[in-house]
Design a protein around this ligand. Structure first.
Ligand code: SAM
Length: 329
């Protein structure tokens, strides 16, 4: 296997033994970063771009430049050990005379999550960003009172597996399913879970919950909610103003939650002329449903740069919101 192969290429077309080698290589790289006390907080694409611009004339200094900021580097700017581990993990990508890492590693508390390098242009990019941190706070706040009642949980659109890992850690007796439509996300979610030593997470490919059976005590989701002209899986919410997947998740949860079970949904909503159309739809949909629910605006203004795009011509802001819905027993 050459280091030019992407993880996707390796897993899709190379013999199983090579895919296993790459996985072991990624685990070794993750353990190496943990041992080095590596930490990185993922920022918005705009902030990332500003930082890279500012740093362009300065030499690459450390592991955070390579695995957090996705900077290009010369082989002699990293230790022999770092370069060897990157080769074994299949994450080295040539950029002229330089190299870059195909993956980023970001911290979530004490967890370390591998996800796609900046910029996340490709259709199968694996997301992790400021939304993930807000989603994590919503999950942790719900679990602070409810962890004991969770036996079977599912993370819809798990991406790097961040949400599933928080649930699995807080509910060690629970079986946690991490689902995504993107196989690349499932590979990284499985890897990140193994790196964290969480054996109660199982990954599976599924369009929302359509390809798995059963009911759940806890459903968590941070689905795509943007109107993305490229329709990338990690960004494009579909439906009216990007709310399509979020609405489908509410409908699915009403069918697939066990009695007393909860949906913890983090999403973004387009506000038009002061109105939150997603909330208005929820009020209608949940009237006379056997459930209690709480809805909260978590951040009044996210992804402001999107408002420059034609699809957002009527939108005054995008808000990050949290919905916690609990079915009656
Ligand atoms: C915004 S990312 C969130 C990832 C992760 N949950 C997090 O918080 O970092 C949304 C994820 O949903 C996945 N996704 C999009 N449409 C989906 C669908 N119909 N069924 C399952 N997953 C889907 C994407 O592939 C992506 O990984």
């Amino acid at each position: 296997m050459t280091s030019e192969l992407s993880l996707a290429t390796v897993a899709d077309s190379a013999p199983a033994v090579e895919a296993e080698d790459t996985k072991q290589g990624m685990l070794a790289l993750g353990r190496y970063l943990r041992a080095a006390d590596y930490r990185f907080v993922a920022v918005t694409p705009d902030t990332h771009q500003h930082y890279l611009k500012r740093m362009a004339a300065r030499p690459v200094r450390d592991l955070r430049d390579i695995f957090g900021w996705s900077r290009a580097f010369r082989e002699d700017q990293v230790s022999i050990e770092t370069f060897r581990l990157m080769q074994q993990a299949g994450v080295l990508m040539r950029k002229g005379e330089l190299w870059r890492s195909r993956v980023r590693w970001s911290s979530l508390g004490d967890l370390l999550c591998a996800h796609s390098a900046y910029p996340t242009d490709s259709a199968d990019a694996v997301f992790f960003g400021p939304d993930t941190y807000r989603f994590a706070r919503l999950i942790q706040s719900h679990l602070s009172d409810n962890a004991g009642s969770v036996r079977c949980a599912v993370d819809i659109g798990c991406g790097s597996g961040a949400g599933a890992m928080l649930v699995a850690g807080a509910c060690p007796a629970a079986h946690v399913l991490a689902l995504d439509i993107n196989p690349q996300a499932l590979r990284l979610a499985a890897l990140n879970s193994e790196l964290a030593g969480l054996s109660n997470i199982h990954t599976a490919q599924s369009n929302l919950l359509a390809d798995v059976d059963g009911t759940f005590d806890l459903i968590i989701a941070n689905p795509p909610y943007m109107m993305d002209s490229q329709e990338r899986a990690y960004r494009h919410g579909g439906g009216k103003l990007g709310a399509g997947l979020s609405e489908q998740i509410v409908n699915t949860a009403l069918e697939r939650l066990a009695p007393g079970g909860s949906l913890v949904l983090y999403t973004g909503v387009a506000i038009v002329a002061g109105r939150d159309v997603f909330l208005e739809g929820l009020q209608q949909r949940l009237t006379n449903q056997p459930c209690d629910w709480h809805y909260e605006e978590l951040d009044p203004d996210v992804f402001g740069e999107e408002l420059l795009k034609p699809a957002y011509a009527e939108v005054e802001r995008i808000a990050a919101v949290g919905l916690v819905l609990t079915l009656n027993r």
